[in-house]
Write a protein that binds this ligand. Structure first.
Ligand SMILES: Cc1cc2nc3c(=O)[nH]c(=O)nc-3n(C[C@H](O)[C@H](O)[C@H](O)COP(=O)(O)OP(=O)(O)OC[C@H]3O[C@@H](n4cnc5c(N)ncnc54)[C@H](O)[C@@H]3O)c2cc1C
Length: 385
């Protein structure tokens, strides 16, 4: 007999209900205004912290819940079901901000940075991307030179599109920098460090309530012990972080697509045209049916990837599949949901309008769709470039 289990355990289901209640009560009623006004809602982020969302996957010794990765995916799904901006704030806070400290930090660094991040009292950011190093992240130009006499690293360079890097509760950014020929390392720069400038927020197509900035480092000095992980191990660390992050982004995409499905069904049932609900037209009803299949498939890929990760199995392929598929069906789901809502779908008071703008970045951030296909094609043994 083959043992296949598709149910979450009762504790996870209970947890889903708690997060849903929070998301519907504390986030959904404000999401449109935050989006319109480009507001980063600090109090709500702190409330997500008090709910324990930033500490789910970390062990109790650092204040976390010691939950599995699947539980974290449940949280991301539920938050993204009402607001992608808050979901990416959580995802970046955990997978990009806190995880590098958990994976690579010394005990002292864990106490100083990880513990308050786990409590959701502060946020960390991860600065990998540069103007000329996105998909090609190995092309990092930012340099850090050790001034041995002062016991400090001197950082010069720039980082592009860094999430959570300029909020009132941002504690630090972990950056990748060249520390020698062929050597990339991770360094922690505390907020407010002289020589680090957080540029004004980008004007973005979506994710208006998420915080994104260009960062400039000009002879920025940090203490020698702000090296995170071993010198030269920066590339390896961020690949590991991105594998986890891809599953998390895929979970976020499932939540967004789920919201499109639910709102499309509601609208198809209630909107009247030509003497009856539009859901009686196959062109509308079949869009909903196709969306339901896509959401189901994407969710299965996400939880399979999380399941593999929770068992310490290799996840690169499963994470790439989940990220590629879930983000692409999320973009399609938002397009179809807007279509089903007709003109109202184009008006910003209708949530699907915001979902449409929020979706596109999912096919780009933490590895574009093309990069996921590259990972998968290589995994198939193809000599693809
Ligand atoms: C809102 C937002 C938030 C972000 N947050 C963060 C963050 O917190 N930290 C961080 O470090 N980065 C962050 N990013 C950056 C993001 O991860 C990059 O934008 C992404 O990895 C793509 O890099 P790029 O923009 O330089 O595009 P490029 O790499 O220049 O890609 C341009 C196009 O070329 C294609 N392409 C490139 N190389 C190949 C190849 N080998 N084969 C096939 N096609 C290829 C790409 O798929 C894409 O279609 C964020 C970006 C945005 C917009």
């Amino acid at each position: 007999m083959v043992a296949v289990e598709f149910d979450l355990d009762p504790e996870q289901e209970q947890f889903r209900a708690v997060v849903r209640e929070f998301a519907e009560g504390e986030i959904a009623p404000h999401a449109e205004a935050w989006d319109r006004d480009h507001t980063f809602p600090v109090d709500t982020v702190l409330a997500m912290g008090r709910l324990g969302l930033f500490g789910l996957v970390f062990p109790a010794e650092y204040g976390g819940a010691g939950a599995d990765f699947a539980t974290y995916c449940v949280a991301l799904e539920e938050i993204a079901r009402v607001d992608s901006s808050m979901a990416i704030t959580l995802e970046a806070g955990v997978s990009l901000g806190a995880a590098p400290f958990f994976y690579s930090g010394t005990e002292a660094q864990k106490q100083e940075y990880l513990v308050p991040m786990v409590a959701g009292e502060v946020l960390g950011a991860f600065g990998l991307t540069e103007a000329e190093a996105g998909s090609d992240a190995g092309n990092t130009r930012t340099r850090a030179e050790l001034d041995a006499s002062a016991g400090e690293w001197v950082i010069d360079g720039q980082k592009t599109f860094i999430t959570n890097s300029g909020t009132p509760i941002t504690r630090c950014v972990t950056i990748t920098a060249r520390t020698g020929p062929g050597e990339i390392s991770n360094l922690v720069v505390d907020s407010g460090t002289l020589g680090w400038t957080v540029m004004p927020p980008y004007r973005k197509m979506g994710w208006h309530a998420s915080d994104t900035h260009e960062l400039v480092f000009d002879a920025c000095r940090v203490p020698e012990d702000h090296l995170l992980g071993e010198r030269g191990a920066g590339f390896k660390t961020f690949l590991r972080i991105l594998d986890d992050g891809r599953i998390a982004i895929a979970a976020l995409a499932v939540g967004l697509a789920q919201a499109c499905l639910e709102q499309s069904i509601d609208y198809a049932r209630t909107r009247q045209a030509f003497g009856g609900p539009i859901g009686r037209y196959q062109s509308v009803a079949f869009k909903c049916a196709d969306m339901a299949v896509a959401v189901e498939n994407a969710r299965n890929l996400v939880y399979k990837a999380a399941w593999l990760r929770d068992r310490g199995r290799p996840i690169r392929r499963a994470a790439a599949m989940a990220k590629l598929y879930a983000t692409e069906i999320a973009v399609s789901a938002t397009r179809e949901a807007v279509q089903i809502h007709g003109g109202y779908g184009f008006i910003d008071e209708t949530p699907v309008s915001r979902y449409y703008r929020d979706a596109k970045i999912l096919e780009i951030g933490e590895g574009t769709s093309e990069i996921q296909r590259l990972v998968l094609a290589r995994d198939l043994g193809l000599p693809v470039e």
